[in-house]
Ligand binder design. Structure first.
Ligand SMILES: Nc1ncnc2c1ncn2[C@@H]1O[C@H](COP(=O)(O)OP(=O)(O)OP(=O)(O)O)[C@@H](O)[C@H]1O
Ligand SMILES: [Mg+2]
Length: 252
């Protein structure tokens, strides 16, 4: 990049890094219900960990479903505003295209796991994208190793512990190698060993350049991990920024 190009880039972006998630004036209501999300705007720079924090029912999971495109492609409702994932309008992408960009570990892993073995679970998404079997096997083995669940390979996911299920659900999205990972309140149900395992994996993903959205109802679990925070209240953003003390004060 020449010096002139760099100056133009800084003028256009305010010197920010590439914004991999951009949300502009997003509002959403489920059918026959009041607005759950109200005029939400924010950006997430590539490679950062952003914390999405707010009390139960404030709209965190709904916002995540919008980011992943599940709303409105699969779950319908009244949506206004725009979301771009890696500069692509979510409305112009199919769910399979989005799944290769942004993967979500759901709050309740049982809603996400349905195959008879962990290995099948990890192979499911790439099989649906018609990726060649040899390549799928490589991805499955690499992912099992990376998140340290090789010993669970032939187990039935429904018989695993909560922490193990979250890891399998993560593995099932990682085999598509998305740039962005959403963790929707995975910490609260885990014991200390499970929490530290997930934290270790998240930091490893960050070191690989992944962008992480961590959703929690209280900042206590994870404030030390995040680069920036977004605080939601009743469907609205009431704070976004880097001041961890300010974030903590909302929850005292
Ligand atoms: N499929 C749905 N249909 C109708 N209303 C819904 C649906 N899913 C969520 N809601 C409602 O939307 C609001 C926001 O729910 P959401 O699950 O997004 O909140 P949340 O912040 O993730 O809460 P929690 O911390 O308990 O997971 C709640 O009032 C909830 O009852
Ligand atoms: Mg939720």
């Amino acid at each position: 990049m020449s010096a002139l190009q760099l100056i133009i880039y800084i003028l256009l972006t305010g010197g920010n890094m590439q914004q991999i998630i951009e949300v502009q004036n997003l509002s959403f209501a489920y059918p026959n219900r009041g607005q759950v999300l109200k005029d939400i705007s924010f950006c997430v720079p590539k490679g950062q960990i952003v914390g999405l924090i707010g009390a139960s029912g404030c709209g965190k999971s709904t916002l995540c479903l919008c980011l992943a495109g599940i709303i409105p492609h699969s779950i319908k409702g009244k949506m206004k505003g725009k979301i771009w994932i890696d500069s692509k309008d979510v409305m112009d992408c199919t769910l399979p295209q989005l799944a290769q960009k942004i993967g979500m570990v759901f709050q309740d892993p049982d809603t996400q796991l349905f195959c008879p073995t962990v290995e099948d679970e990890l192979a499911f998404a790439p099989e649906n994208l018609c990726i060649p079997p040899g390549e799928i096997q490589q991805r499955v083995s690499k992912t099992l190793k990376m998140i340290d669940i090789e010993h669970l390979r032939y187990r039935n996911p429904s018989q695993l512990s909560g922490g193990e299920k979250h890891l399998v659900a993560l593995g099932a999205v990682l085999t598509l190698d998305p740039d962005i990972l959403i963790f929707d309140e995975v910490m609260p149900r885990l014991d200390e060993a499970g929490k530290s395992k997930i934290e270790q994996v998240i930091m490893q993903l960050k070191s690989q350049g992944k962008t992480i959205v961590m959703v929690e109802h209280h900042p206590g679990y994870f404030l030390h991990m995040i680069d920036r925070g977004i605080v939601l209240e009743n469907g609205k953003i009431i704070y976004q920024g880097l001041e961890k003390e300010t974030i903590r004060n909302f929850f005292n």
